[in-house]
Design a protein around this ligand. Structure first.
Ligand code: ADP
Ligand code: MG
Length: 439
């Protein structure tokens, strides 16, 4: 049984605004959470990347937030990256316009003076990254003493050890009597710290994309030592179309972007050392097709929101399973097909073996066959592209049954488009058409 936005408790004026924005029916995670969130309950929502979590918390904020005062916002939305902060604000703003509330967005790389000016006027909602927010709190540019509504987006990331202390210092400054909404793509042990400390009897809702609605994401692992990777990467992205290539370091990202450009591929690098303007412009150029390859570091991965990225290339291996999941989640969004290629050096074989086991991916290394990347024959896609963090698998709730879908590494020979069922690309090769959006 599905409900409409209105049946879930969204007021008519907002339903109209959503319709004008082309949003007519709630996505599953919105179905699951809106009633509780609008009812004022604390909430823990888990759903995969691209499933519509932003709207799931933006609607309750727009509807429920009180009227603030200068320097005294009433709602706080914490997000891990600058890109995400501006994306969340873009979703929230048109809704707040309907409910006569405003939002101030705070993140690093922009003028602190401007932030202070905007906070000096009435502010209802603040969307912020922890670092910049803490700076401004220390400067007494605002106080969180009136905040009775808190959203923690990408909670798994916010609960990472690096972030957790500042997140806690910030949340401790909000009102005790408050509603706290927490959303994440994974809910593992780290997130529990936030749940236990900052939520009261939260409603828990989880949504996993049903297999038939999910894009086929193929994970292949190719042996490639560092000196071979540049040429190989160039060849891969020529075959696949729009791609995101991940490197470990900022320097590595800059260098590879330059090298690929020398090979005739339009690239942009996106990482923490680029200015906010540079990052936004790189994303925009990628989204509208002027740039074909983004070279990114893990920090940047979270903020990238572009549908129909044909391929993700792990040029350097990710540091953790979580990073692999988040990097790879950039492709195969919204039912589209996706390809994930890992370039694996001899000394990385062991780590990759463990990663494949932990995430129930096809094991072993595959033959490098470039001609097959685009519309040809590749290892069969996993029936179930959901990946688990090790912790979830140890929890054992769903992990075991998923292994059945993993294709053996050697099971090549299945026609890429020969399967039945919903093919979101209408049978086109993964890179054949680009429908990129950036909000
Ligand atoms: P998540 O935060 O879960 O990764 P987003 O909130 O960024 O995902 O949403 C992914 C995409 O889905 C966005 O482009 C958003 O505009 C779109 N979207 C969200 N909810 C709906 C809906 N109910 N109907 C149509 N599109 C939606
Ligand atoms: Mg999100």
């Amino acid at each position: 049984m599905t409900s409409t936005f209105s049946e879930l408790g969204v007021p008519a004026a907002l339903v109209d605004r959503l319709t004008a924005l082309g949003i007519t029916a709630p996505f599953p995670i919105q179905q699951l959470t809106l009633r509780d969130a609008l009812g004022g309950r604390d909430l823990c929502g888990k759903a995969p990347t691209g499933s519509g979590k932003t709207l799931a918390f933006s609607l309750p904020v727009a509807i429920g937030v009180g009227r603030g005062a200068p320097k005294r916002p009433r709602a706080l939305l914490l997000v891990p990256t600058r890109e995400l902060a501006s994306q969340v604000s873009e979703v929230l703003s048109p809704l707040l316009a309907v409910t006569d509330r405003n939002v101030v967005t705070l993140y690093g790389g922009t003028s602190v003076g401007r932030d202070r000016q905007r906070l000096a006027k009435r502010v209802d909602v603040v969307v912020a990254t922890p670092g910049r927010l803490e700076d401004l709190l220390q400067q007494r540019a605002l106080t969180l003493g009136d905040v009775d509504m808190v959203v923690i987006d990408e909670a798994d990331r916010m609960a990472d050890m690096g972030f957790l202390p500042v997140v806690r210092r910030i949340l401790d400054q909000t009102r005790n009597q408050r509603q706290t909404l927490l959303f994440s793509a994974t809910l593992d042990g780290d997130v529990d710290v936030l749940v236990r400390r900052y939520q009261k009897n939260p409603a828990r809702h989880e949504f996993d994309t049903p297999a038939e609605a999910r894009g086929d994401v193929r994970h292949v692992f190719w042996a490639a030592e560092r000196p071979e990777r540049r040429k190989l990467t160039a060849k891969i992205v020529r075959e696949t179309g729009p791609a995101i290539v991940f490197t470990r370091t900022k320097h590595g990202a800059d260098r590879l972007a330059k090298q690929l450009a020398q090979d005739g591929i339009t690239t942009a690098a996106i990482h923490g050392n680029r200015s906010q303007n540079q990052r936004e412009s790189a994303l925009a150029r990628f989204a509208d097709g002027r740039v074909h390859v983004l070279v990114a570091t893990d920090v940047a991965a979270r903020g990238i929101h572009v549908d129909d990225v044909a391929a993700v290339v792990h040029y350097d291996q990710p540091a953790t399973d979580k990073d692999y999941v988040h990097r790879s989640g950039r492709t195969g969004r919204a039912g589209a097909e996706g390809l994930v290629v890992s370039l694996v050096g001899a000394e990385e074989r062991k780590d990759v073996q463990k990663l494949q086991r932990d995430l129930a991916l096809p094991e072993g290394l595959h033959d490098i066959e470039l001609s097959l990347l685009n519309g040809g024959v590749l290892p069969a896609p996993r029936q179930d592209t959901r990946m688990h963090t090790p912790r979830e698998r140890r929890g054992g709730s769903t992990g075991a049954s998923r292994n059945g879908g993993a294709a053996p590494a050697t099971s090549r020979g299945r026609a890429r488009h020969g399967r039945s069922g919903g093919d979101a690309n209408g049978g086109q090769p993964a890179g054949g058409r680009k429908r990129a959006r950036r909000r």
